[in-house]
Design a protein around this ligand. Structure first.
Ligand code: KG4
Length: 336
Protein backbone atom coordinates (compact mmCIF):
# COMPACT_ATOMS: atom_id res chain seq x y z
CA UNK A 1 0.00 0.00 0.00
CA UNK A 2 1.59 3.29 -1.12
CA UNK A 3 0.86 6.33 1.05
CA UNK A 4 1.61 9.92 0.04
CA UNK A 5 2.15 11.83 3.28
CA UNK A 6 2.52 15.51 4.11
CA UNK A 7 4.10 17.17 7.17
CA UNK A 8 3.91 20.93 7.73
CA UNK A 9 3.42 21.35 11.50
CA UNK A 10 6.33 23.75 12.06
CA UNK A 11 9.15 24.99 9.81
CA UNK A 12 9.71 22.00 7.52
CA UNK A 13 7.56 21.37 4.45
CA UNK A 14 7.89 17.66 3.82
CA UNK A 15 6.25 15.05 1.61
CA UNK A 16 7.01 11.35 1.32
CA UNK A 17 5.89 8.19 -0.37
CA UNK A 18 6.05 5.15 1.89
CA UNK A 19 4.97 1.55 1.56
CA UNK A 20 4.52 0.18 5.09
CA UNK A 21 7.96 0.68 6.67
CA UNK A 22 9.75 1.23 3.34
CA UNK A 23 10.58 4.81 2.34
CA UNK A 24 10.35 5.41 -1.40
CA UNK A 25 10.96 9.15 -1.06
CA UNK A 26 11.18 11.69 1.75
CA UNK A 27 11.56 15.29 0.61
CA UNK A 28 12.19 17.98 3.25
CA UNK A 29 12.26 21.68 2.46
CA UNK A 30 13.50 23.46 5.56
CA UNK A 31 12.91 27.13 6.42
CA UNK A 32 15.68 27.27 9.03
CA UNK A 33 17.74 29.91 7.21
CA UNK A 34 14.79 32.27 7.01
CA UNK A 35 13.76 31.93 10.68
CA UNK A 36 17.37 32.12 11.94
CA UNK A 37 17.48 35.91 11.64
CA UNK A 38 14.56 36.13 14.12
CA UNK A 39 16.10 33.60 16.55
CA UNK A 40 13.08 31.29 16.29
CA UNK A 41 10.15 30.24 14.11
CA UNK A 42 7.85 33.09 13.03
CA UNK A 43 4.45 31.36 12.56
CA UNK A 44 3.14 33.72 9.87
CA UNK A 45 6.28 33.29 7.76
CA UNK A 46 6.18 29.50 8.27
CA UNK A 47 2.58 29.31 6.96
CA UNK A 48 3.38 31.43 3.92
CA UNK A 49 6.46 29.37 3.00
CA UNK A 50 4.48 26.11 3.33
CA UNK A 51 1.86 27.62 1.04
CA UNK A 52 4.49 28.51 -1.58
CA UNK A 53 6.49 25.28 -1.38
CA UNK A 54 4.03 22.50 -0.76
CA UNK A 55 3.06 21.70 -4.37
CA UNK A 56 6.68 21.46 -5.51
CA UNK A 57 7.66 19.33 -2.50
CA UNK A 58 4.77 16.91 -3.09
CA UNK A 59 5.55 16.66 -6.83
CA UNK A 60 9.19 15.94 -5.99
CA UNK A 61 8.17 13.22 -3.52
CA UNK A 62 6.12 11.55 -6.28
CA UNK A 63 8.85 11.77 -8.92
CA UNK A 64 11.68 10.71 -6.57
CA UNK A 65 9.65 7.66 -5.55
CA UNK A 66 9.35 6.73 -9.24
CA UNK A 67 5.56 6.56 -9.05
CA UNK A 68 2.63 8.55 -10.44
CA UNK A 69 -0.35 9.98 -8.56
CA UNK A 70 -2.39 7.03 -9.89
CA UNK A 71 -0.15 4.63 -7.92
CA UNK A 72 -1.02 6.29 -4.58
CA UNK A 73 -3.48 4.35 -2.39
CA UNK A 74 -4.03 6.95 0.36
CA UNK A 75 -3.11 10.51 1.34
CA UNK A 76 -1.91 11.17 4.90
CA UNK A 77 -1.27 14.44 6.69
CA UNK A 78 -0.15 15.75 10.08
CA UNK A 79 -3.34 17.34 11.42
CA UNK A 80 -2.24 18.06 15.01
CA UNK A 81 -0.56 19.37 17.15
CA UNK A 82 1.59 22.24 15.81
CA UNK A 83 1.45 25.81 14.53
CA UNK A 84 -2.12 26.24 13.36
CA UNK A 85 -1.47 28.19 10.16
CA UNK A 86 1.29 25.78 9.18
CA UNK A 87 -0.90 22.73 9.85
CA UNK A 88 -3.82 24.19 7.92
CA UNK A 89 -1.69 24.51 4.79
CA UNK A 90 -0.82 20.81 4.83
CA UNK A 91 -4.30 19.67 5.82
CA UNK A 92 -6.02 21.64 3.07
CA UNK A 93 -3.53 20.49 0.45
CA UNK A 94 -4.01 16.85 1.53
CA UNK A 95 -7.80 17.23 1.44
CA UNK A 96 -7.59 18.59 -2.11
CA UNK A 97 -5.38 15.68 -3.17
CA UNK A 98 -7.64 13.12 -1.51
CA UNK A 99 -10.67 14.61 -3.26
CA UNK A 100 -9.09 14.86 -6.69
CA UNK A 101 -7.49 11.38 -6.55
CA UNK A 102 -10.56 9.79 -4.88
CA UNK A 103 -8.26 8.19 -2.31
CA UNK A 104 -8.75 7.83 1.46
CA UNK A 105 -7.50 10.62 3.73
CA UNK A 106 -5.60 9.72 6.93
CA UNK A 107 -5.06 12.25 9.73
CA UNK A 108 -1.90 11.64 11.77
CA UNK A 109 -0.96 12.96 15.21
CA UNK A 110 2.51 14.52 14.94
CA UNK A 111 3.88 12.76 18.05
CA UNK A 112 2.57 9.40 16.88
CA UNK A 113 4.54 10.13 13.71
CA UNK A 114 7.73 10.79 15.70
CA UNK A 115 7.28 7.45 17.46
CA UNK A 116 6.67 5.73 14.11
CA UNK A 117 10.00 7.10 12.82
CA UNK A 118 11.40 4.16 14.78
CA UNK A 119 9.54 1.68 12.54
CA UNK A 120 11.46 3.04 9.54
CA UNK A 121 14.82 2.33 11.20
CA UNK A 122 13.91 -0.78 13.20
CA UNK A 123 11.86 -3.05 10.95
CA UNK A 124 11.48 -5.59 13.78
CA UNK A 125 10.11 -3.14 16.38
CA UNK A 126 6.58 -3.90 17.57
CA UNK A 127 4.48 -2.58 20.47
CA UNK A 128 4.15 -2.84 23.38
CA UNK A 129 6.96 -0.51 24.42
CA UNK A 130 7.57 2.59 26.51
CA UNK A 131 8.46 5.71 24.54
CA UNK A 132 10.03 9.00 25.53
CA UNK A 133 9.05 11.62 22.94
CA UNK A 134 11.16 14.76 23.23
CA UNK A 135 10.71 17.58 20.76
CA UNK A 136 10.59 21.34 20.55
CA UNK A 137 7.00 21.51 21.77
CA UNK A 138 6.48 18.28 23.74
CA UNK A 139 8.07 16.01 26.32
CA UNK A 140 6.00 12.90 26.96
CA UNK A 141 6.58 9.44 28.39
CA UNK A 142 3.93 7.20 26.91
CA UNK A 143 2.92 3.61 26.88
CA UNK A 144 2.53 2.37 23.30
CA UNK A 145 0.25 -0.59 23.89
CA UNK A 146 -0.44 -1.08 20.20
CA UNK A 147 0.23 0.88 17.01
CA UNK A 148 -2.79 3.13 17.59
CA UNK A 149 -3.29 2.63 21.33
CA UNK A 150 -1.39 5.08 23.53
CA UNK A 151 -1.57 6.23 27.12
CA UNK A 152 0.38 9.00 28.80
CA UNK A 153 2.53 8.06 31.82
CA UNK A 154 4.10 11.49 32.29
CA UNK A 155 4.54 14.77 30.46
CA UNK A 156 5.91 18.23 30.88
CA UNK A 157 3.78 20.60 32.90
CA UNK A 158 5.40 23.66 31.33
CA UNK A 159 8.26 23.89 28.78
CA UNK A 160 9.37 21.02 26.59
CA UNK A 161 13.01 19.89 26.83
CA UNK A 162 13.65 21.18 23.29
CA UNK A 163 12.21 24.59 24.16
CA UNK A 164 14.46 24.75 27.23
CA UNK A 165 17.49 24.00 25.02
CA UNK A 166 16.39 26.49 22.36
CA UNK A 167 15.67 29.42 24.72
CA UNK A 168 18.87 28.91 26.73
CA UNK A 169 20.93 28.57 23.55
CA UNK A 170 19.47 31.85 22.28
CA UNK A 171 20.38 33.63 25.53
CA UNK A 172 23.93 32.26 25.13
CA UNK A 173 24.09 33.83 21.67
CA UNK A 174 23.97 30.54 19.74
CA UNK A 175 22.14 30.58 16.39
CA UNK A 176 18.73 29.00 15.79
CA UNK A 177 17.99 26.09 15.99
CA UNK A 178 19.48 26.34 19.46
CA UNK A 179 19.28 22.71 20.60
CA UNK A 180 21.42 21.44 17.73
CA UNK A 181 24.08 24.11 18.22
CA UNK A 182 24.07 23.72 22.01
CA UNK A 183 24.77 20.00 21.51
CA UNK A 184 27.73 20.80 19.22
CA UNK A 185 29.20 23.49 21.47
CA UNK A 186 28.87 21.24 24.55
CA UNK A 187 31.15 18.56 23.07
CA UNK A 188 34.10 17.86 25.36
CA UNK A 189 33.21 20.61 27.86
CA UNK A 190 33.30 20.61 31.67
CA UNK A 191 29.74 19.47 32.53
CA UNK A 192 29.89 20.32 36.22
CA UNK A 193 31.05 23.93 36.23
CA UNK A 194 27.68 25.52 37.03
CA UNK A 195 25.35 24.60 39.93
CA UNK A 196 22.04 24.20 38.07
CA UNK A 197 18.97 23.15 40.08
CA UNK A 198 17.12 19.88 39.57
CA UNK A 199 13.54 21.03 38.97
CA UNK A 200 10.60 19.47 40.79
CA UNK A 201 7.52 19.05 38.61
CA UNK A 202 4.93 19.19 41.41
CA UNK A 203 2.83 16.82 39.30
CA UNK A 204 2.98 13.03 39.01
CA UNK A 205 6.18 11.05 39.52
CA UNK A 206 6.85 10.91 35.76
CA UNK A 207 5.87 14.47 34.89
CA UNK A 208 8.54 16.99 33.91
CA UNK A 209 9.15 20.67 34.47
CA UNK A 210 11.85 22.50 32.53
CA UNK A 211 10.84 26.14 32.98
CA UNK A 212 12.69 26.51 36.32
CA UNK A 213 15.86 25.14 34.78
CA UNK A 214 15.49 27.53 31.84
CA UNK A 215 14.99 30.47 34.21
CA UNK A 216 18.04 29.43 36.27
CA UNK A 217 20.21 29.47 33.13
CA UNK A 218 18.80 32.82 31.97
CA UNK A 219 19.36 34.36 35.43
CA UNK A 220 22.90 33.02 35.56
CA UNK A 221 23.67 34.61 32.18
CA UNK A 222 22.12 37.96 33.16
CA UNK A 223 23.97 38.05 36.52
CA UNK A 224 27.30 37.32 34.93
CA UNK A 225 26.70 39.92 32.21
CA UNK A 226 25.72 42.56 34.79
CA UNK A 227 28.93 41.91 36.69
CA UNK A 228 30.93 42.00 33.47
CA UNK A 229 32.14 38.43 34.02
CA UNK A 230 33.02 36.05 31.19
CA UNK A 231 30.81 32.99 30.73
CA UNK A 232 32.30 29.66 29.76
CA UNK A 233 29.61 28.98 27.12
CA UNK A 234 30.71 25.41 26.23
CA UNK A 235 30.66 24.47 29.95
CA UNK A 236 27.21 26.04 30.42
CA UNK A 237 25.93 24.13 27.38
CA UNK A 238 27.48 20.93 28.72
CA UNK A 239 26.06 21.41 32.23
CA UNK A 240 22.56 22.12 30.92
CA UNK A 241 22.69 19.20 28.49
CA UNK A 242 23.81 16.84 31.27
CA UNK A 243 21.08 18.07 33.63
CA UNK A 244 18.31 17.65 31.03
CA UNK A 245 19.61 14.19 30.07
CA UNK A 246 19.83 13.13 33.77
CA UNK A 247 16.15 14.03 34.22
CA UNK A 248 14.91 12.45 30.98
CA UNK A 249 16.87 9.22 31.43
CA UNK A 250 16.12 8.61 35.11
CA UNK A 251 12.35 9.19 34.72
CA UNK A 252 12.16 7.04 31.58
CA UNK A 253 14.01 4.09 33.13
CA UNK A 254 11.94 4.26 36.34
CA UNK A 255 8.68 4.44 34.36
CA UNK A 256 9.70 1.43 32.25
CA UNK A 257 10.55 -0.60 35.38
CA UNK A 258 7.39 0.32 37.23
CA UNK A 259 5.16 -0.41 34.23
CA UNK A 260 6.90 -3.68 33.32
CA UNK A 261 8.22 -2.73 29.86
CA UNK A 262 11.13 -4.57 28.24
CA UNK A 263 11.65 -2.15 25.35
CA UNK A 264 12.46 1.57 25.58
CA UNK A 265 12.07 3.81 22.54
CA UNK A 266 13.36 7.38 22.12
CA UNK A 267 11.73 9.72 19.58
CA UNK A 268 11.32 13.39 18.57
CA UNK A 269 13.70 16.10 17.43
CA UNK A 270 15.70 16.09 20.69
CA UNK A 271 16.39 12.36 20.21
CA UNK A 272 19.13 13.62 17.87
CA UNK A 273 20.99 14.86 20.96
CA UNK A 274 24.30 13.00 21.06
CA UNK A 275 24.51 12.69 24.85
CA UNK A 276 20.89 11.60 25.23
CA UNK A 277 21.24 8.86 22.59
CA UNK A 278 24.52 7.58 23.99
CA UNK A 279 23.62 7.63 27.68
CA UNK A 280 20.09 6.24 27.20
CA UNK A 281 21.55 3.38 25.14
CA UNK A 282 24.19 2.61 27.80
CA UNK A 283 21.68 2.80 30.64
CA UNK A 284 19.25 0.51 28.81
CA UNK A 285 22.02 -2.03 28.16
CA UNK A 286 23.09 -1.89 31.81
CA UNK A 287 19.54 -2.37 33.07
CA UNK A 288 18.52 -5.07 30.59
CA UNK A 289 16.15 -3.08 28.32
CA UNK A 290 16.18 -3.26 24.52
CA UNK A 291 16.74 0.27 23.19
CA UNK A 292 15.50 1.84 19.94
CA UNK A 293 15.88 5.31 18.47
CA UNK A 294 15.54 6.53 14.85
CA UNK A 295 18.46 7.15 12.52
CA UNK A 296 19.37 10.83 12.69
CA UNK A 297 17.68 11.56 9.34
CA UNK A 298 14.28 10.55 10.81
CA UNK A 299 14.63 12.33 14.20
CA UNK A 300 13.51 15.79 13.04
CA UNK A 301 10.22 16.59 11.34
CA UNK A 302 9.73 14.61 8.13
CA UNK A 303 6.80 13.16 6.21
CA UNK A 304 8.10 9.56 6.02
CA UNK A 305 7.41 9.12 9.75
CA UNK A 306 3.85 10.40 9.15
CA UNK A 307 3.45 7.83 6.37
CA UNK A 308 4.72 5.06 8.68
CA UNK A 309 2.09 5.87 11.32
CA UNK A 310 -0.60 6.48 8.67
CA UNK A 311 -0.31 2.85 7.57
CA UNK A 312 -1.25 1.64 11.06
CA UNK A 313 -4.03 4.24 11.40
CA UNK A 314 -5.45 3.00 8.09
CA UNK A 315 -5.25 -0.65 9.19
CA UNK A 316 -7.11 0.33 12.37
CA UNK A 317 -9.87 1.93 10.25
CA UNK A 318 -8.98 5.48 11.22
CA UNK A 319 -9.95 7.26 8.02
CA UNK A 320 -10.72 11.00 7.98
CA UNK A 321 -13.28 12.74 5.80
CA UNK A 322 -13.21 16.09 4.05
CA UNK A 323 -14.44 17.87 7.17
CA UNK A 324 -11.00 17.25 8.72
CA UNK A 325 -9.66 20.32 10.52
CA UNK A 326 -6.23 21.05 11.95
CA UNK A 327 -5.73 21.58 15.67
CA UNK A 328 -2.87 23.36 17.44
CA UNK A 329 -3.19 21.05 20.45
CA UNK A 330 -4.27 17.44 20.83
CA UNK A 331 -3.48 14.71 23.31
CA UNK A 332 -1.61 11.76 21.79
CA UNK A 333 -4.31 9.41 23.12
CA UNK A 334 -7.06 11.25 21.26
CA UNK A 335 -7.43 11.85 17.53
CA UNK A 336 -11.21 12.43 17.36
O1 KG4 B 1 10.70 17.18 16.56
P1 KG4 B 1 11.22 18.47 16.07
O2 KG4 B 1 11.98 18.50 14.78
O3 KG4 B 1 10.08 19.52 15.98
C1 KG4 B 1 9.01 19.47 16.84
O4 KG4 B 1 8.11 18.64 16.53
O5 KG4 B 1 9.05 20.19 17.85
O6 KG4 B 1 12.13 19.00 17.26
C2 KG4 B 1 12.79 20.21 17.20
C3 KG4 B 1 13.54 20.36 18.49
C4 KG4 B 1 14.13 21.75 18.65
O7 KG4 B 1 13.89 22.19 19.96
C5 KG4 B 1 15.62 21.49 18.40
O8 KG4 B 1 16.45 22.43 19.02
C6 KG4 B 1 15.76 20.13 19.03
O9 KG4 B 1 14.62 19.43 18.57
N1 KG4 B 1 16.99 19.43 18.61
C7 KG4 B 1 17.99 19.14 19.45
C8 KG4 B 1 18.99 18.51 18.68
N2 KG4 B 1 18.54 18.42 17.39
C9 KG4 B 1 17.31 19.00 17.37
N3 KG4 B 1 18.12 19.36 20.78
C10 KG4 B 1 19.24 18.95 21.34
N4 KG4 B 1 20.25 18.35 20.68
C11 KG4 B 1 20.17 18.11 19.35
N5 KG4 B 1 21.16 17.50 18.71
Amino acid sequence: MKILSIESSCDETSAAVTCGREVLSNIISTQIDEHRIYGGVVPEIASRRHCENIAAVVNEAISTAGVTYDDIDAVAVTAYPGLIGALLTGVNFAKGLSLSLSKPLIAVHHLRGHIAANYLTHKELKPPFLCLVVSGGNTVICSVKDYTDFSVIGQTLDDAAGECFDKCARAMGLPYPGGVNLDKVAAGSDESLFPLPTPKSGGGEYDFSFSGLKTAVLNLIHNKKQKGEDIDIPALCGTLRKKVCDILISKTISAAKENGFKKIVLAGGVSANSELRERMKNECEKQGFSFFTPELKYCGDNAAMIGAQAYYEFMAGNIADLSLNASATKDITNTD
